[in-house]
Design a protein around this ligand. Structure first.
Ligand code: UDX
Length: 439
C-alpha cells in the first residue's frame, strides 16, 4: 500500500533515498533548504553524479510520485518523515557537526501530526537519537522516532538502497516501537520480501551499528596499508599479500586494496566523530586504535608525494606532473577529503607543475582547490609530463593503453596510487612503474 513519505535533506543520501522510496511505490516529498538543489531535483536532474540516479529520478518525478520543495510545510501531508541531512566534521574539531540534524528536527516539529513516524538515517554520535526522541515527545507525544541507519556507498547508492546487506531499526521497547517496526517494514516491504536480513534493536545499538561498520571498514583499509609499509621496508608485495590473506574466509579479500587510503564524506569524519564521542562517554581508550587507523591512512598521502620525489631523482620542483583522478573514489564526483586532491595539492605546494584530470569531479575539485590546474582529458593532462600519477582508479584510466599514453608524455614514469594497473602491461610498454607497497 502507498505510504506518504517526506525526506528531509536531499544530498547524496536523501536524493537517492527519496527516488528509491518513490520507485518502491510510495508518495514522496523531498525537502531541502537549498532552493537550487530542489529546482534541479524537481526537474528530474540530480545535482551530483551518481550512476542510475538520473534515470530513476526522471522516471519517478514524471509519475508525480516524487516531488521536491524547499518549504517544510509541504511535508505536512506525509506520515513518515526521514531525516537524511549531513553530519560533517566540525571545523577544527573531531566532533560531528549536528546543526543540520537539529535544524531538520526543529523544522519537522512544526509539521508533525499525531501518530507520525520520524526516522533518522543520518550518521550521528550515539545518544543523538535519544535526544531527538525527547524533542519529538515534547512537541507531539503520540509521534515516534526510529533510527534506521543508511549503509549506501557512493557510486552504488541506488543498488545499495534497493538491495542493502541488512536493514536496522532502532526503536523504543514498547507498543510505539512495535508500531514503528511494522510501519518501517511496510516502507521496505519489497526489500524485505527479497530476503534482506532485518535487525530490530534499541536506539544505541542502531546508531552504533553504522559507526562500528565504518570503523571496521576503515580499519581493514589501514591494516592493509600498514602491511604496505612493511612490504616497502622488506621488498614484499602487498597485493600478493592481500590476495593470500584474503583467501581466508574469516578475513575476506574485500576492502584490502592497499594504496592511497580512504577519503570521502564518511569514513574519515565518522571515525573521528566516533573517537570524540567515546571521549565524551569516558571510554576513549576503547577507540584509541582508530587514531592509528587515521594516521596510517594520512601517512599514505605523504608517502605518495615522497615516492614522486624519489622517482623524479630527488626533486619535484618545476616538474610537470599529471594526476589522473580527483574524486575520492571512482564513479563519484565527490571530492570531500579526496586523497587524490590532497596529494596533488601537496605536490603543487612543493613547487611541482601539477595538472589534474577526472571524468566527473573537475567542477567540484576546481571550486575547492582553485589554485590547482584542471583539464578535461587524459591527453591534455599527461602532455609533456615527466611523471604520471594514477590516484583514483576510474575504469577508463585503468584500461588506458600504455603504448598510446607513452606517445603523449615526456618521460614514461607512472605511480599507481591504487594498485589498479596491469604492472606487466605498463612495464613491457617501456614505463617505469612504481606503486605503494610493491617492489
Ligand atoms: C562508506 C561505506 O562503505 C558505506 O557503507 C557508508 O554508508 C558510507 O561510507 P563510501 O564513502 O561511499 O561508503 O565509499 P567506500 O566505497 O566505502 O570507499 C571509501 C574509501 O576507501 C574510498 O576513498 C576508497 O578509495 C577507499 N578504499 C576502499 C580503499 O582505499 N581500499 C579498499 O580496499 C576499499
Amino acid at each position: 500500500m502507498t505510504l506518504h513519505i517526506s525526506v528531509i535533506g536531499c544530498g547524496y543520501l536523501g536524493a537517492v533515498h527519496a527516488a528509491c522510496m518513490a520507485a518502491l511505490g510510495h508518495d514522496v516529498i523531498g525537502v531541502d533548504v537549498d532552493a537550487r538543489k530542489v529546482e534541479a531535483l524537481a526537474g528530474g536532474k540530480p545535482p551530483f553524479f551518481e550512476p542510475e540516479l538520473p534515470e530513476l529520478l526522471a522516471e519517478t518525478v514524471a509519475t508525480g510520485r516524487l516531488q521536491f520543495s524547499s518549504d517544510i510545510t509541504d511535508a505536512a501531508a506525509a506520515t513518515i518523515h526521514f531525516i537524511c541531512v549531513g553530519t560533517p566534521q566540525k571545523r577544527g574539531e573531531n566532533k560531528a557537526d549536528l546543526r543540520a540534524v537539529d535544524a531538520a528536527m526543529t523544522a519537522l516539529l512544526a509539521v508533525v501530526k499525531p501518530g507520525d513516524l520520524v526516522v533518522g538515517k543520518s550518521t550521528v554520535p550515539v545518544g543523538t537519537a535519544e535526544r531527538l526522541a525527547e524533542m519529538l515527545a515534547e512537541a507531539e507525544p503520540t509521534a515516534t522516532l526510529a533510527w534506521n541507519p543508511e549503509f549506501l556507498r557512493e557510486g552504488h547508492a541506488v543498488k545499495d538502497t534497493f538491495h542493502p546487506d541488512r536493514l536496522v531499526y532502532g526503536v523504543p521497547d514498547d507498543a510505539a516501537g512495535e508500531r514503528a517496526t511494522a510501519l518501517l517494514s511496510r516502507v521496505y516491504a519489497k526489500t524485505l520480501a527479497d530476503g534482506t536480513p532485518l535487525i530490530v534493536t534499541d536506539y544505541s545499538t542502531a546508531q552504533l551499528v553504522k559507526v562500528a561498520a565504518n570503523s571496521f571498514l576503515a580499519t581493514k583499509i589501514s591494516f592493509i596499508n600498514a602491511m604496505a609499509e612493511l612490504c616497502e621496508a622488506t621488498g614484499g608485495d602487498v597485493v600478493q599479500l592481500a590476495n593470500a590473506i584474503g583467501h581466508d574466509a574469516r578475513i575476506g579479500r574485500q576492502f584490502l586494496n592497499a594504496g592511497l587510503g580512504f577519503g570521502g564524506g564518511c569514513l574519515p569524519k565518522d571515525i573521528r566523530a566516533f573517537m570524540a564521542r567515546a571521549g565524551e562517554l569516558g571510554v576513549d581508550q576503547a577507540l584509541t586504535f582508530l587514531r592509528e587507523v587515521d594516521s596510517i591512512n594520512l601517512r599514505r598521502r605523504v608517502r605518495m608525494v615522497d615516492l614522486a620525489r624519489e622517482v623524479c631523482d630527488g626533486s619535484i620542483v618545476g616538474r610537470r606532473i599529471a594526476v589522473l583522478g580527483a574524486a575520492f573514489k571512482p564513479e563519484s564526483d565527490d571530492v570531500r577529503d579526496s586523497p587524490a586532491l590532497s596529494v596533488a595539492a601537496q605536490m603543487s605546494l612543493q613547487g611541482a607543475d601539477v595538472v589534474v584530470t577526472d571524468p566527473k569531479a573537475i567542477e567540484n575539485a576546481a571550486a575547492k582547490w582553485p589554485d590547482l590546474r584542471f583539464v578535461e582529458t587524459v591527453e591534455e593532462a599527461v602532455a609533456d609530463a615527466e611523471l604520471v600519477l594514477l590516484l583514483t582508479e576510474w575504469k577508463q584510466y585503468v584500461s588506458l593503453d600504455p603504448t598510446e599514453v607513452k606517445r603523449w608524455v615526456k618521460l614514461p614514469r607512472i605511480l599507481d596510487g591504487r594498485n589498479a594497473l596491469d604492472v606487466e602491461a605498463w612495464r613491457s610498454a617501456g614505463w617505469t612503474y612504481r606503486a605503494l607497497g610493491r617492489r
